[in-house]
Each structure stands twice: as structure tokens, then as C-alpha cells.
Design a protein around this ligand. Structure first.
Ligand SMILES: Nc1ncnc2c1ncn2[C@@H]1O[C@H](COP(=O)(O)OP(=O)(O)O)[C@@H](O)[C@H]1O
Ligand SMILES: [Mg+2]
Length: 1074
């Protein structure tokens, strides 16, 4: 039996409308068998992968009566892969295998919306592999039959879904809770016990069964919209050829074909991001992760390692065991999204596919004489019967270790075995009976699919009806309710005859609404006081007319489109197809959450997209909370990066959760709600089934930690003052997630030396141009003091502040102060940057420190008992509003500009003063008829930090010696000590005469004369220097006062008001504005 590798194909789809709106860039390229993916961030080199097939279905096609076919006139027309070419490569092979008696498995992998179903099942005329395979197999059977072949051909069909480790038979209307059991047969491997397997005689029959299975899937998933993408669907087709072999025995050649449409492969966001324990269990798709583990183990195995393959860890891998490591020819098709937003997911899909291609399977022909098969089954049953009678159960040999079981486990194991053997006995018996029957007999005995889909399709063309919308486009339009007669009622009531159309879901009343008709126009009207109905996104209060193509939402999960064929056919309007996304967008737009405007940027588009998902999720969470009386209210809030205490990023949707009785609040990342939603939906489902919906705190999606830290608000401290080494002491507003002021923060940023000695004004370390700091050997050091906060909300204890600096690697945190709304942290931290690089300088110039303030909420005793439903109904929720309001765009830029204006003013004053001094100097020189002034004096005048200091230097001009001899003394060669400002602004005395000292020692007379003159001048200047030092102390004092006045101005402007000082604030009046 030859070993062969799993064949792997990848396929990239076109951009969808959402990706077009986001102006997505294409990150996939294909060349022959090679697929290349480009990292949109540019961090990594493009990565190349080679597969058996790389299908380009992104562009280069044209529509021909709805069918997408290659358009050779377009640049990528030649490489475009249409449904037929994919089928020819992959499907035909599966078909050939089936004829040869080999088992085959074809599975589609990829994130939700990447095109798995497009390839497997297809849409409309763009039929996928499954229908084409079914069509072809019957065509070929008919051809054989017509050519006189005496072989008996038998085809059977089954369809199942795995959701949350439960197997649901999609051909069965009654879904038993807990689903079908997966059992292990010693010869046939794992199987779903009791799965309906129907014999089918034609393609038409198979497609009807597929429709039936898909409709059952839709009904089951309507209340759990988000779940359909988390289910795996397996279509099983068995093809058996019975013929008489050369030896005259009746022989059966059997092939099992599994067509697997896997759940969306998108990984739940990391736990770290949402910090939610519950999430792990809820969001992880055990079957899918286990499939990944099995593939990884099998890939290792194929490279010679002895690795255990964990098939038994999930239902999916049990059922696919043969496909993965046993007797099957296996093909995987990995569906890729072309857009940059999906880079991570797509790369992960490519890696997955790359690993899968290393797996080797060994398929063999399943051919045996039927007598022999029957005999084997009989023997097997004899053995089973004996074992059951004796009570001595021989363990079925397993791959894993079953040692060290406890007694209880052993007892359980024995019980399981007993029922397993009983089921196997039954299965074998059934198989023997079936084998003895002719196929015609079996066909005659099978129950017919109870829905006549053709009749429904015909009726849809003439009769007004509602059809469902589902998140999974495969499941939209599967449920149809005809509006016939004059009055149709709809609701959740199960009482006989109470409603015409029964729909179930959160917030659906027993008698929810009614439809009435007059002259072929249908109207809708609520029939219960709090019926939640949205008509084209707007709440319905009284009777409203409906028009063809109108959207209806009942409760929070049931979406329908109203179709009136006569109205449509007699109208000139070209009605668009409505998708689930369209309906969701409409609801979001009309929800009053500011979604009515077109997104201007990509960030806005991403936000809107989140909003479209958040609106139904929050509605649903609220209504399940109502149904279960969970006392929680959920609201959408849009939070800017500043609003959540971050310096970077875009505005995102968050969910504010309020406990209606205790008023306790949580802010959930939206993903946390989505993850918890799965469990909420499960609880709701249990409620419908009449089960006990109690959950432990750990497992309750409505429970959250009361001791968690709550984000109170933040303050953005621009660092610009440090780029000039100017201290900054201020009081700024603490703003919460909505940009509302919730308190004040007193802080100081003070430049210091490496040892932490704070610089004062007298040190005069102010730099005029920040670039002076670049590469300075002393580096930049400063202290950040978080002194205190004032007037924070009363409901917090253990209040603390935290922040990160520059690289963000370390989190700095103040101590936590118990019960106070005016915490005096007196926190102080020295920050050192030894190496002032360009990025660091940019950080100082343009960056900020976000000081985030957290606290714990005081736990209050509920004042009164509140019923969730009443409380939510009295809030704005019934009107379709579910937002806690839009957050005010936080104008942190204003603070930045005010701070910047203060620096600029200070700089400008300095420059003006210099200019003024220079002018005065020239006037003075002219007045005293001076032709020259010494460089050193000019420098002193130029560098004087106040006008007074400059004046005192200017006063020295009359004493300047106006000597022609000085003519050839160039400024650079001046032999006077010149005050040089070093990079940090500190002054050093430099004797630039050293250069002449080291020159030739035999000085000329002229030089001697020159030296003498210089000495005299030095003396004079020493005197002047002393005088200036005294002046400088005075200047500094003046400058300090000026600066204080300026920062006062900034404070007033940034806050727009003068804060009220509370009693205990008087003590710390240094920073409080009075
Ligand atoms: N090759 C393709 N050409 C055109 N449209 C596609 C293609 N693949 C997917 N689509 C569209 O993208 C959407 C998602 O595809 P679908 O197959 O349902 O994704 P999945 O099953 O992976 O969730 C559908 O609306 C489908 O029509
Ligand atoms: Mg799908």
C-alpha cells in the first residue's frame, strides 16, 4: 500500500465590500504553485509557500449569467481559477478514488468569510465541489448503467454538524440534547451512533437532502447567530459497487467520501487582551485546536519522530481519524482572505496548510466478497454477545494509556463499554440486513425528505413571504414563512393555534406581532406591550405598512426580509439583494450612535464595523440578561485612545456593564462580550429547554470580578518642557473614558542631574533648541512627581496612578491609598536617559506620558430589588438605543498647544531681548564713537538672560578700548576668556588663548604688545564678570516670577476654569490654583 502525502490547495477570494470600503491592500500573490504573503506593516520579508495547487480567484474574471469565469483580457485573467477548474483538479480525483474503492476526505480550512463554503458548496450557479461531485457520480453511474453494466451502484448520504463537542444529525428534525454519541468500532473506527444515513438515487435527491440539512442547521443556529461559524459540517457519501467477481462471488467495493467544511479558524483574541478567565472555555473550539494538534503530531511523525497523535481529544478528530492518519486519500483546501487586515489569520492559515502537506496517509481499496463481509459481521456479533453475557469486557485496543484508572473510572468505563457494545451489535445487525437487501428495496423503504423544496421555490415566486437572514451567507433565505390569508400572527407561543408563525429567541413575546393585508399590502403591528420589533432599523410602535424588501427584526436575534413578489414584479425599482450585514448596518445606523455618517478614514471605517457587530451583540446580551433576570445592563461606548489612557491607537467600541442594583460598573473590551456571548446563548438555550440554567461564578458569563481595578481616568502629560529642560508644575484635569472631567491631578516634571539634584532656575540649563541635547554626554534626567489628585469620584478605594515611559517596557505605579477621593501619593520617580538619541528627542518633543488612575469600586449594598426587564424597559433600550452615549472627543491637543505656546512665548521673549540688547549696544557704541567692541563683551551682551543684565554689560562699552591695533585680531583669535555655553547650557570658562601659548615661543614685539593689552583687558573683564554674577542672581529671580505667571496662564487656559478648592486642599496650596 503506497503512502502518499495529503494534497493541499490554497485559494484566495476577491475583496468583499467591506474590504473595499476599508481600501484594503492585497497581501497575497500567486505564481504557479507558489503563494506569497506580504506583511503589510513591512516588518517582515514576504513569505513564500509552495502547495500542490495555488488558486487565484481574486481578480481577472468576468460574470457570465452570474458565473465567475476567467477573463483573458484582464491582467490576471490567465491565472484566474473558477469553480470548474478547482473541481477538475480536486473533485475529479475524489471521484476517481471513489470508483477505485478508496476512501477520500476533503476538508476546507480558513477563517470565517475566507471562502470555505464557496469552494465546498458554492453559491447559486457557482456550484462548489460537493454538488459537482454528487452530480458527476450519478452521471457516471447512469452512463455505466446505460452501457449495460450489471454492477449495482449504491449511494448513501449523511450530514452532521459538530458544535461545542456535540454531534447534531442534520437530517433529523429532533435534536436530542447532548447530541449523538461518538463510538469506536474495532474495524471501522469512530462513528456517530444513530446517525441517519439515507440511500439516494439521483443528484436531485442529494441536493434536496443537502438543502434539508442546511435548513435544519439554520433553524438551530438562528438563536445562536454567532455560533454557525463555530460549527463543523461533515457531509458523508458512501459509494458502493456490487458486482460478481471472476471467482463468481458477489463482491462489494466501497468508498467513503467525507466532505468537511470546518469551523472558522480565527483564533479568539489572546486572554491577555481581555483578561477574562471564562473566555478560555467559551471561545476555544476544542475540535479545531485538536485538529491542529493532530496535524502537527502527524507532520512530526512523517519526519520520522515517534509522536502520539491525540485523535481522542475531540469529536472532530475522532471522526476524521481515518482521513488524517489512516485509510484515506486526503485533500485540504485552505481558503485565504486577500486583505491586509487579515494578515495574521491568513499567515496562520498558510502555516497550517504547510504543515498539513507533510502528513502521509495510506489508502487501500475496500473490496471484499459480501458473503465474507456478512460472515465477519456475524462472527463479530457472536463475540460481542458472548462478552456482554459474561460481563467480561475486553477493552478495545486504544492508542493511549488507560492504566491507573480509579475504581469509579473503571466502573464508568465498564458502563460505557456495555452501551458501546450494545450499539455496535445493533449497527452490525443493521448492516447485515442492509447488505442482504437490494438497493431498490432500501430506496423504497427510505423516508422521503418532508419538505418539497421545488414547491417552496415555486410558491416564493408568487406569494408574499418572509425569509430569514443569517450571519453565515450560506444559511440566509433557508427559512421561509408565507403570508397567506388576511391575518398572520407571529410569536414564541407553543400553544396550539395561538400563533401562525412560531419564532423563538430572546425578547420574543408569546404573541409578538401580527400581519394584516388589504389590497395586497401587508402591515405589521406589535401585539404585546413590549414587543421588540425593528422595521428597517426603527422601532415599531403602531401599525406600519410594509414594502417589498423591507427588513424586520423580532426580539434581538430574528432577522427577516419581507418579500412581496407582485409588488416587486410590477415595480420599476431594481431591488437589491439584502444581506445580513446590510440589515445589521441599518440597525446600527439608526441606533443613534453616530453611525449615520460615511466613514472618512480607515480608522473610522474599522470603528463603524465594530459598531455594526456591537449593536446586535449588546442588544442580545441585554435581552438574555432580561430573560434570566441577571441584573446587568450592557451599553456600547466608543472610547478614544486618550479615553482609555493610551497615547496611541484608534477609537474602539467598549461595553459598559452596570449592575442595576449595586450600580457597580465594569468596562469590557468588546471581544470579552463576544466571547461571553457564546455562553450566554447556551444559557438561553437551556432556559428554552426548561433546564436549570444555574452556573457557578466561574462559569457564569454574567458574573464579573467585583474586586477588579476600575479605570477612573487619565491625564496626558506632554513632555515638551523636558525638550527645553524647563520644569513644569501643573494641575490638570483627569478625564474618564468619555472625556468627562472626574478630578484634578497635581504633577511636577523637574529636570535634575544624574544624581537626582534638582536644577533650579539659577542653574540656567534651559536649552534654546532641543537638538542641542542630541548626543549630550550628560544625558537627560528628570523627576516626575505625581503629587496628588483632587476631587475624584467618591465611589473608589485603593486609588493609584500608573504610567509607562518612552519604551513602555516598565510600568511605574504609585502606592494605593485607601478610602479617599483626594489621594496624596507624593510619588517621585527619576527618569534617566543617558543616550539622547533622535527617537528619544522626538519623544520629548512630541510625546506624552499618560498617567492612568485606577481604583476599586466600593461594594455597596443594593438599596432595593430591581427586576432586570423592568429596569431595562424603562431605560432607552426599547427605543433601539443601547449606547451609553458617545464619548466626547478628548481635546488633549489643546493642552499640548497651550504648553507649546508657553515655550514659544518664552523663547521669543529671549530672542527679542537679545535683539534689543544688540541694538542698544550699537547705539551705545555709536554714542561713544566706538569703532570696535570686543567679541567677549558682545557675547556677554548676547548671552545675558535679562534686559538688566544686558544693560549692565552695555554700560561697559565706554570703557572699551578703541584701538586700531586690535584691527587684525579676528574674533576667533581673541585672547580674552570667552564665556562658552556648553550643550547643557551650563557655562564653562575656556581660555582660548591656549592656542597662541603653544605657538612659537619667540614672540615678536607686536605680539608682546598684544599680550599686554589682552592681560589688561582680562583684568577688566574679571571685574565685570563679578559684577554680572551678582546681576545674574537678580535676573534669575525675575525670570522665575515671569515663568510662574506664564504657567498660571497655561493652567487657566487648559482647564478653561478655575477649580474649586476643597477644604483639605489648602494644605497643598503650592500646586493648587487659588
Ligand atoms: N472565490 C470567490 N469568488 C467570489 N466570492 C467569494 C469567493 N469566495 C468567497 N466569496 C464570498 O465571500 C463570502 C464568504 O464566503 P464563504 O464561502 O461563505 O466563507 P466561509 O465559508 O469561509 O465562512 C460569501 O459571500 C461568498 O459569496
Ligand atoms: Mg461557511
Amino acid at each position: 500500500m503506497p503512502e502518499e502525502n495529503v494534497r493541499v490547495a490554497v485559494r484566495v477570494r476577491p475583496f468583499n465590500s467591506r474590504e473595499k470600503t476599508l481600501n484594503s491592500t492585497l497581501i497575497i500573490d500567486m505564481n504557479g504553485n507558489t503563494t506569497q504573503i506580504t506583511d503589510p506593516s513591512g516588518n517582515d520579508e514576504p513569505r513564500k509557500f509552495t502547495f500542490d495547487f495555488s488558486y487565484w480567484s481574486h481578480d481577472g474574471c468576468k460574470e457570465n449569467n452570474g458565473y465567475y469565469e476567467p477573463d483573458p483580457s484582464k491582467p490576471n485573467g490567465k491565472k484566474f481559477a473558477d469553480q470548474k477548474s478547482v473541481y477538475n483538479d480536486l473533485g475529479v480525483g475524489v471521484l476517481e478514488n471513489a470508483w477505485g474503492g478508496y476512501n477520500s476526505t476533503l476538508f476546507a480550512y480558513g477563517q470565517t468569510g475566507s471562502g470555505k463554503s464557496w469552494s465546498m458548496v458554492g453559491y447559486g450557479v457557482n456550484k462548489g465541489i460537493v454538488p459537482m461531485f454528487c452530480d458527476n457520480i450519478f452521471q457516471q453511474i447512469n452512463d455505466k448503467k446505460n452501457s449495460g453494466d450489471k454492477t449495482e451502484f449504491e449511494v448513501t448520504f449523511s450530514m452532521l454538524e459538530i458544535y461545542n463537542e456535540q454531534v447534531r444529525d442534520l437530517l433529523s428534525k429532533s435534536s436530542s440534547r447532548g447530541g449523538l454519541k461518538v463510538r469506536q468500532h474495532p474495524k471501522q473506527g469512530f462513528y456517530a451512533d444513530g446517525l441517519i444515513v439515507v440511500p439516494v438515487a439521483s443528484y436531485d435527491e442529494i441536493s434536496k437532502r443537502i438543502a434539508e440539512g442546511t435548513t435544519n442547521r439554520t433553524v438551530a443556529s438562528t438563536n445562536m447567530n454567532a455560533t454557525s461559524s463555530r460549527a463543523h459540517t461533515i457531509v458523508g457519501i458512501t459509494f458502493q459497487q456490487k458486482f460478481i467477481n471472476a471467482a463468481g462471488e458477489e463482491t462489494a467495493k466501497t468508498a467513503v467520501v467525507n466532505l468537511v467544511d470546518l469551523a472558522g479558524s480565527e483564533r479568539a483574541e489572546s486572554t491577555g487582551a481581555t483578561g477574562d478567565r471564562l473566555k478560555e472555555g467559551a471561545a476555544i473550539n476544542q475540535s479545531l485546536s485538536c485538529l491542529g494538534n493532530c496535524i502537527a503530531a502527524l507532520a512530526e511523525k512523517s519526519s520520522g519522530k515517534n509522536t502520539r497523535v491525540p485523535y481522542r481529544d475531540s469529536v472532530l478528530t475522532k471522526l476524521l481519524k481515518n482521513a488524517l492518519g489512516g485509510n484515506s486519500k486526503t485533500i485540504m483546501i485552505a481558503a485565504l482572505s486577500p486583505a491586509d487586515v487579515n494578515f495574521d489569520e491568513t499567515l496562520s492559515t498558510l502555516r497550517y496548510a504547510d504543515r498539513a502537506k507533510q502528513i502521509k496517509t495510506t489508502a487501500s481499496v475496500n473490496e471484499s466478497a459480501t458473503d465474507k463481509l456478512i460472515r465477519e459481521l456475524q462472527e463479530e456479533n457472536e463475540r460481542l454477545k458472548k462478552m456482554m453475557e459474561s460481563g467480561n469486557f475486553e477493552m478495545i485496543k486504544q492508542d493511549d494509556d488507560d492504566d491507573d484508572l480509579t475504581d469509579e473510572e473503571k466502573r464508568q468505563e465498564k458502563e460505557d463499554r456495555e452501551s458501546e457494545y450494545a450499539s455496535m451489535l445493533e449497527k452490525n445487525k443493521r448492516e447485515m440486513e442492509e447488505m442482504k437487501k437490494s438497493f431498490e428495496q432500501r430506496l423504497a423503504e427510505r423516508g422521503d425528505s418532508d419538505t418539497d423544496f421545488n414547491a417552496v421555490d415555486a410558491k416564493k415566486k408568487t406569494t408574499p413571504h418572509l425569509y430569514n437572514l443569517n450571519q453565515d451567507p450560506q444559511l440566509s433565505g433557508r427559512i421561509v414563512h408565507f403570508l397567506e390569508g388576511e391575518n398572520i400572527t407571529i410569536g414564541s407561543s407553543s400553544a396550539e393555534g395561538e400563533v401562525n408563525i412560531r419564532i423563538v429567541g430572546p425578547s420574543i413575546q408569546p404573541k409578538h406581532a401580527s400581519f394584516t393585508v388589504a389590497e395586497n399590502k401587508w402591515t405589521i403591528e406589535p401585539t404585546a406591550p413590549h414587543s421588540r420589533i425593528l422595521h428597517n432599523g426603527k422601532a415599531v410602535g403602531t401599525k406600519e405598512d410594509m414594502v417589498h424588501n423591507d427588513r424586520l427584526q423580532f426580539g434581538t436575534t430574528q432577522f427577516f426580509v419581507y418579500c412581496n413578489p407582485k409588488e416587486r414584479d410590477s415595480s420599476k425599482i431594481n431591488y437589491p439583494d439584502i444581506s445580513y450585514d446590510d440589515a445589521q448596518q441599518e440597525v446600527a445606523r439608526k441606533s443613534g450612535l453616530g453611525m449615520d455618517k460615511e466613514a472618512k478614514s480607515r480608522d473610522e471605517a474599522l470603528l463603524q464595523e465594530e459598531m455594526v457587530k456591537a449593536v446586535p451583540a449588546v442588544q442580545q446580551a441585554n435581552s438574555i440578561s432580561e430573560e434570566l433576570d441577571k441584573k446587568l445592563k450592557f451599553e456600547i461606548v466608543v472610547v478614544s485612545p486618550e479615553g482609555r489612557g493610551e497615547t496611541k491607537g484608534r477609537s474602539i467600541v467598549m461595553v459598559k456593564v452596570t449592575h442595576l442594583e449595586t450600580k457597580f460598573e465594569w468596562m469590557w473590551p468588546f471581544q470579552k462580550l463576544l466571547n461571553r456571548m457564546y455562553v450566554m446563548q447556551e444559557m438561553y438555550d437551556e432556559l428554552l429547554e426548561g433546564e436549570d440554567v444555574k452556573r457557578t461564578e466561574e462559569e457564569d458569563p454574567f458574573f464579573d470580578d467585583m474586586k477588579c481595578d476600575f479605570y477612573i481616568g487619565s491625564v496626558k502629560l506632554w513632555l515638551k518642557s523636558m525638550a527645553y529642560l524647563i520644569e513644569s508644575k501643573d494641575q490638570l484635569s483627569v478625564c474618564d473614558y468619555q472625556g468627562k472631567e472626574v478630578g484634578l491631578l497635581n504633577y511636577e516634571i523637574i529636570p535634575c542631574d544624574a544624581k537626582g539634584k534638582e536644577y533650579t532656575d539659577a542653574d540656567d540649563i534651559f536649552v534654546e533648541v532641543p537638538e542641542e541635547l542630541l548626543g549630550s554626554k550628560d544625558g537627560v534626567h528628570f523627576k516626575l512627581k505625581i503629587v496628588s489628585a483632587r476631587g475624584l469620584p467618591m465611589k473608589f478605594v485603593d486609588v493609584y496612578a500608573k504610567y509607562t515611559f518612552f519604551t513602555g517596557e516598565k510600568v511605574y505605579e504609585t502606592k494605593r491609598l485607601p478610602a479617599t477621593n483626594n489621594p496624596d501619593w507624593k510619588y517621585e520617580m527619576k527618569h534617566d536617559q543617558a543616550d539622547v538619541s533622535l527617537p528619544f528627542l522626538d519623544y520629548l518633543k512630541e510625546g506624552a506620558i499618560m498617567i492612568q488612575i485606577y481604583g476599586k469600586q466600593k461594594i455597596q449594598k443594593p438599596k432595593k430589588h430591581i427586576n432586570t426587564k423592568d429596569a431595562l424597559l424603562s431605560s432607552a433600550l426599547t427605543k433601539g438605543q443601547m449606547g451609553a452615549g458617545k464619548s466626547k472627543a478628548l481635546d488633549t491637543d489643546k493642552v499640548k498647544y497651550m504648553m507649546e505656546a508657553a515655550f514659544l512665548r518664552k523663547r521669543q521673549e529671549r530672542l527679542e531681548q537679545k535683539l534689543h540688547a544688540m541694538k542698544k549696544m550699537l547705539d551705545e557704541a555709536e554714542k561713544h564713537n566706538k569703532k570696535k567692541i570686543s567679541t567677549s563683551l558682545i557675547k556677554q551682551i548676547y548671552n545675558a538672560s535679562t534686559a538688566d543684565a544686558a544693560d549692565k554689560c552695555i554700560a561697559l562699552i565706554p570703557q572699551e578700548k578703541d584701538d586700531d591695533d586690535e584691527d587684525d585680531v579676528s574674533p576667533s583669535a581673541a585672547t580674552v576668556p570667552v564665556a562658552v555655553t556648553d550643550k547643557k547650557g551650563g557655562k564653562k570658562d575656556k581660555d582660548s588663548s591656549s592656542s597662541s601659548d603653544s605657538s612659537d615661543s619667540s614672540d615678536s614685539d607686536a605680539e608682546k604688545k598684544e599680550k599686554k593689552k589682552a592681560k589688561k583687558l582680562r583684568k577688566k573683564q574679571k571685574k565685570a564678570k563679578k559684577l554680572r554674577k551678582k546681576q545674574k542672581v537678580e535676573e534669575k529671580q525675575q525670570e522665575k516670577t515671569a515663568l510662574k505667571n506664564q504657567s498660571k496662564l497655561v493652567r487657566q487656559n487648559t482647564q478653561g476654569k478655575i477649580p474649586i478648592v476643597k477644604k483639605d486642599e489648602k494644605k497643598s496650596s503650592a500646586c493648587i490654583l487659588l
